[in-house]
Design a protein around this ligand. Structure first.
Ligand code: GDP
Length: 431
């Protein structure tokens, strides 16, 4: 039995979806523990693309049970939509393959409306949220006025709660933002219907997890976003509204820290970021464009072009410290082929002083000028490589350097979007 946490080491979009899909055949349980449907996981199987936002990426593996833990915020319409698509594609025949915590909080239409209204109002200072209502749903959870999935199953409790909350939400929407009010009666009818359709999937998922651990199954915890979008450890306030670090598994899934065996940090071979906020190793102009084109760096959820830059070892060192990685996965190494000179940020210069550690404040991160180290690039197409030894020497030197700079072994390398385009140096689910 092995429990493995797979989390993003950068600003999300590290290709976690592909890797989790690759890891899933070795796991019997795949668990999401935080975030909402702002996490877009792109899976490519037999050339066919599936974008999942809520359902864990293990779903395409027939042998897995996929669990949505209490730390996730669930938009019932999106979840039900994904379940329908998966059913239509013949992937989901048995509802017991998807388990949803009754304790997970629900994203409601006012969360989406408030998310958009606020971003609109913030203009120049917008966080760049996906407008899906995730942040406002987490706010209500912390304010102890949220609605949970289990509440959807009890029409009476639900109706009373929706009417009570609507009063305040509609006041804010109408009076403060000048938006339209949400019609609470039709919402009530809709929410009861969500509950009816979700019921076969709802469970006390902490128990499901506990019994999987007792039975000695392999469990894969699938992170969303990445370390630098974590609400505590990221580039606040340009962050998401949940904890994305490996430690968040314990609260978000309901499992003790003593049960976690390994933590896999997932990074791209370069860096990208969506939305606002500082990005020290960002490449502007044609170099950034070229990387964006080669890596097809456009958001899976929003289609927004991603900002692109060189790999930043200062960030990865920080992420390794906070998450306690036992291994790294370096994704999209193939995207770098054809670039003559590769660079890695190994330190920053802030106000003329060299800094080795990721700074504490936003202002310092904004002033950070990367100190780069150059590496010879590689011309070869890497997508046929199946073993580390097949990689060109310069690509291996680049990976070895990442390992040395971060102090964590690189055990997996992804060299294309397809499952088999993966180089495994050490089996992640070894006992
Ligand atoms: P996630 O949210 O971390 O899963 O990241 P995305 O969904 O944004 O995935 C990144 C994109 O890159 C998807 O379109 C993947 O199919 C693709 N991808 C993943 N790994 C690789 C890789 O190693 N090489 C290439 N070229 N594409 C990849």
């Amino acid at each position: 039995m092995t429990t493995l946490v797979a989390v993003g080491a950068q600003w999300g979009d590290e290709g976690k979806g592909k890797l989790v899909d690759w890891l899933a055949p070795q796991a019997q349980l795949v668990v999401r523990f935080h975030g909402g449907n702002n996490a877009g996981h792109t899976l490519v199987v037999d050339g066919e693309q599936t974008i999942l936002h809520v359902v864990p990426s293990g779903i395409l593996q027939p042998g897995t049970v996929n669990l949505i833990g209490p730390g996730v915020v669930v938009d019932p319409e999106i979840l039900l939509g994904e379940l329908s698509v998966l059913q239509e594609r013949g992937v989901l025949r048995d509802p017991s393959r998807v388990r949803v915590s009754g304790r997970a909080h629900v994203i409601l239409p006012w969360h989406r409306a408030l998310d958009k209204a606020r971003e609109e109002r913030a203009r120049g200072r917008a966080i760049g949220t996906t407008g899906r209502g995730i942040g406002p749903a987490y706010e209500d959870k912390a304010a102890r006025r949220g609605i949970r999935v289990a509440d959807l199953l009890d029409a009476e409790v639900l109706g009373e709660a929706l009417r009570r909350i609507a009063e305040q939400k509609n006041f804010e929407l109408v009076e403060y933002y000048g938006w339209e009010a949400i019609d609470v009666e039709s919402l009530e009818r809709e929410a009861v219907e969500w509950g009816r359709r979700l019921e076969p999937y709802v469970e006390h998922t902490e128990r499901t997890l506990e019994s999987a651990l007792r039975d000695g199954l392999n469990v894969l915890f699938e992170g969303a976003q990445g370390n630098f979008l974590d609400i505590d450890h990221g580039t606040y306030p340009y962050v998401t509204s949940s904890n994305c670090v490996a430690g968040a598994v314990c609260a978000g899934a309901g499992v003790g820290p003593t049960r976690i065996d390994r933590v896999l940090g997932i990074t791209k071979a370069y860096t990208t970021r969506v939305g606002g906020g500082p990005f020290p190793s960002e490449l502007e102009g044609e170099a950034g464009e070229a990387l964006r084109r080669a890596g097809e760096e456009f958001g899976a959820t929003t289609g927004r072009p991603r900002r692109c830059g060189w790999l930043d070892a200062v960030m990865l060192r920080e992420a390794a410290t906070v998450n306690g990685y036992t291994a790294l996965a370096v994704n999209k190494l193939d995207v770098l082929s054809g670039i003559d000179e590769l660079k890695i940020a190994i330190a920053y210069e802030i106000d003329g002083k060299r800094v080795e550690d990721f700074p504490m404040t936003l202002a310092e991160i904004e002033r950070a000028v990367p100190v780069y180290e150059s590496h010879p690039g590689f011309e070869e197409n890497l997508r046929e490589c199946r073993d580390y030894s097949h990689l060109p020497a310069t690509a291996r030197a680049y990976v070895d350097r990442i390992e040395a700079l971060v102090g964590v072994p690189v055990e997996l390398i992804s060299i294309g979007p397809e499952r088999e385009e993966t180089i495994c140096r050490v089996e992640p689910f070894r006992d």
